[in-house]
Design a protein. Structure first.
Length: 266
C-alpha cells in the first residue's frame, strides 16, 4: 500500500506490518533537500496512524547511498547566516523529533554512504542495520558549520564521548565494521544477504508486542533525557496498560501452549 507524499523524493508505503520511508533521490545519492526534510514528519505520522504498521523502516533508494547528507547546493539560500541556519535547523529537528517521538520502533536500513544529515537521520532512529561496505561520516568541521546540540545528543546516545569527538573533530569516514565496533550501528550484514537480514530484523520486531515496544521506547527516551516526575507517571501508565492488555493474556497463553503469540496491539 502506498501513501501520499509532498515530494517524489520521499516515498511512503507499507509491506504487511512494515512501513517504509524511502529517500528517493538516487541520482544525487539521496542528498536531502528542503522538501525532503519537510516531508519526513508527515510520512512518519501517516505510518504511525496506520494500525497495521508495527515497525517503520527508513532507507535510501538504490544501492549507492542511504543519504549522502544535506543538499549543499541549497546552503546559499538556507544557511547564509545564523538566522537562516536556525530556521533550516528547525526543519531538520522536526524530522528528527518525528522519528524519535513516534511510539513505533524505527529502523534505519543503511546501504552505502550515510553522511552528515543522512547520518543524523539514521541516529534519530531506534536501531541501525548496515550493509558491509557502507560509509559513515560527520563532516561539519570541513564546512565550517556548528554541529547542533540535538545532533550531538543523538550521537552520544549511540557512541561514547571519545568516539563522538573523533568523528566530529576529524570528519573522517568510518566503515561499517568500525561503526559497529563503536556503536554507531547495531548490526552489519554481508551485501549479498543484506536485504534478507534487514527483512528478518524488521519481521522479528513486527512479531513482538507493540504495547511493550512502545512502553520500552518511551521509557528509554525518558531515562536518557533525565527522568522527570511527569515522565515517570507516563511510563508507569504505559506499563500498567501492558499488564491490562489482551496482548499480555495472549503472550501468557502462547507461552503455556508452546506456540508463537499473535499480538494485536491491544
Amino acid at each position: 500500500m502506498r501513501y501520499p507524499s509532498s515530494t517524489p523524493h520521499v516515498e511512503v508505503h507499507r509491506e504487511v506490518n512494515v512501513g517504509w520511508i524511502t529517500l528517493n533521490r538516487p541520482a544525487r545519492r539521496n542528498a536531502l533537500d528542503a522538501a525532503m526534510w519537510r516531508a519526513i514528519p508527515e510520512a512518519v505520522r501517516l505510518l504511525t496512524d496506520e494500525r497495521e504498521v508495527r515497525v517503520i523502516a527508513l532507507t535510501g533508494a538504490g544501492h549507492e547511498a542511504f543519504a549522502a547528507g544535506a543538499d549543499i547546493s541549497e546552503f546559499a539560500g538556507n544557511r547564509d547566516d545564523a538566522r537562516a541556519a536556525a530556521a533550516y535547523e528547525e526543519m531538520n529537528l522536526a524530522a528528527f523529533r518525528a522519528l524519535q517521538e513516534t511510539p513505533k520502533p524505527v529502523v534505519a536500513v543503511v546501504r552505502g554512504f550515510c553522511i552528515g544529515g543522512g547520518l543524523a537521520l539514521a541516529l534519530a532512529c531506534d536501531l541501525r542495520i548496515a550493509a558491509e561496505g557502507s560509509q559513515f561520516a560527520l563532516p561539519p568541521a570541513r564546512l565550517g558549520l556548528a554541529y547542533p546540540a540535538a545532533g550531538i545528543a543523538s550521537l552520544l546516545s549511540a557512541v561514547p564521548a571519545a568516539a563522538a569527538r573523533d568523528l566530529i573533530f576529524t570528519a573522517r569516514r568510518v566503515d561499517a565494521e568500525e561503526a559497529l565496533r563503536i556503536g554507531l550501528v547495531n548490526r552489519v550484514a554481508p551485501r549479498e544477504s543484506f536485504e534478507t537480514a534487514a527483512h528478518d530484523l524488521l519481521a522479528g520486531i513486527a512479531a513482538n508486542a507493540p504495547l511493550t515496544i512502545a512502553a520500552a521506547k518511551r521509557t528509554i527516551a525518558a531515562i536518557d533525557a533525565g527522568l522527570t516526575e511527569a515522565a515517570r507517571a507516563e511510563i508507569e501508565m504505559l506499563a500498567a496498560a501492558c499488564f491490562d492488555s489482551a496482548d499480555y493474556r495472549e503472550g501468557r497463553a502462547a507461552f503455556l501452549e508452546r506456540r508463537a503469540p499473535q499480538f494485536r496491539g491491544e
